[in-house]
Design a protein around this ligand. Structure first.
Ligand SMILES: *Cc1c(COP(=O)(O)O)cnc(C)c1O
Length: 398
């Protein structure tokens, strides 16, 4: 690797085995996107025309009629919902989040109202939408959706993610069928999904992606779908979308990332990631209190992770303490630990530079050896984690 800018900035040289994380700078941008950005930085462009070009590429890759680039997938949710509420009424666009219409209800299954770094429902509310939550956390039935739709329903939002409850809810095809039978458009948040065509093919009217997750573009979001709905979302750039502005560099960068996606060596990447998983599994197999299994992605992205299950009595450390020790180490290694209270975490192979897999293996071994030598089981009370989760944030910038 060339010079590591992090050193001169006084930043820790973190190794990311947690996946695509906003808090760590999302993903490694693909070379095509990196090369595209400087080409446009010093040029003036007519932004609506640049977005017209982006629309063509988005349409080609997704099968949509049209598309545009925005600041993030989260802003895509807000803009798409706003468009469903205002239609092409430019005065309504300027008035948001206040509205003159009662047709601003947005239906979401309770099990989809999750937090991806911010709450899904907030992205809807800042667009002037009133969230109508249907069903319960772990169950939605047809009758919930059928009865929630009224003349005030502007849209229905469906979230595809490892964050959502993954059983007992309505399948997208059924959700679309019921909504469309009553004239309600369906907006799908597919921020972190590889499948660029399937949700529209299932009948979604608008689908939203992150440009900076698997696509490896600059920070951005992609809105794709039916032309009128995409246009109504696009004109929000003259209203609430202004504060979510995307620059020419991100638009052009994500165009390059999309084109690169078409020719990406998906098989080769998968094989490389598999070799990392095999290495880590071999490192962990046979260690007391550790069980490592290769686990497929929960939303069927073509990606496996290593699930590292820990028996603290044997390993002499909890999953969350091991995660914290790795994050505090040299170099810092950030694992995917949002379910650590169940005594497991994941190692995600997608965001590594070549060679880092060996550092991860070495650090795992070192911390596990250290734990085995400790007199006491290293076990911070789980309640303490919750109690102190936001301490650092609330002291920022100190
Ligand atoms: C990451 C994510 C988002 C937010 O995406 P950004 O592009 O970072 O705003 C929204 N929804 C889901 C399901 C996500 O995983």
């Amino acid at each position: 690797m060339s010079e590591d800018i992090r050193q001169s900035l006084g930043l820790r040289p973190v190794i990311n085995v947690s996946g695509t994380m906003t808090s760590l700078g999302a993903s490694i941008a693909v070379p095509e996107a990196v090369a595209a950005v400087p080409k446009i930085m010093t040029q003036f462009v007519e932004m609506n025309d640049l977005q017209r070009q982006a629309s063509k590429i988005i349409a080609r890759l997704t099968g949509a009629e049209a598309g545009f680039v925005t600041a993030s997938c989260a802003s895509g949710i807000s803009l798409a919902v706003a468009g469903a509420i205002t239609g092409p009424d430019l005065l309504a666009v300027e008035q948001l989040p206040e509205t003159r219409t009662a047709k601003k209800e947005v239906i979401v299954q309770a099990g989809h109202i999750v937090n991806y770094g911010a709450p899904v429902d907030q992205a809807i509310r800042i667009a002037g939408g009133t969230v109508v939550s249907i069903g319960q956390a772990t169950s939605t039935h047809r009758f919930h959706l059928e009865n929630a739709i009224t003349e005030n329903t502007a849209a229905a939002v469906y979230v595809v993610s490892h964050h959502v409850v993954d059983y007992g809810l309505l399948h997208l095809s059924e959700f679309v069928e019921i909504a469309h039978a009553r004239g309600v458009p369906v907006i799908v948040d597919a921020a972190s999904e590889y499948d660029l065509r399937g949700f529209l093919a299932t009948g979604a009217d608008v689908v939203l992606y992150s440009g900076h997750k698997f696509l490896g573009g600059p920070t951005s979001g992609i809105v794709a779908g039916a032309k009128d709905m995409v246009r109504n979302a696009y004109i929000q750039n003259y209203g609430i979308g202004r504060g979510m502005k995307v620059g020419k560099e991100s638009i052009f960068g994500v165009m390059a990332a999309l084109e690169a996606w078409e020719t990406r060596d998906h098989e080769g990447i998968r094989a490389r990631e598999q070799s990392y998983l095999d290495l880590w599994k071999a490192t962990l197999d046979g260690r007391p209190g550790i069980t490592a299994v290769i686990d497929p992605d929960p939303t069927n992205n073509p990606l496996d992770r290593l699930k590292v299950m820990i028996d603290p009595a044997e390993a002499r450390i909890t999953a969350w303490d091991l995660s914290a020790a790795l994050a505090a180490g040299d170099p810092p290694i950030i694992v995917r630990d949002h379910e650590a209270e169940h005594q497991y975490f994941y190692l995600d192979p997608c965001n590594l530079h070549p060679g880092q897999e060996h550092i991860v293996a070495r650090r795992l071994g070192e911390e596990l050896d250290k734990a085995r030598r400790s007199n006491e089981i290293i076990a911070t009370p789980i309640e303490d984690l919750s109690r102190h989760r936001f301490d650092g944030l609330l002291k920022w910038p100190d």
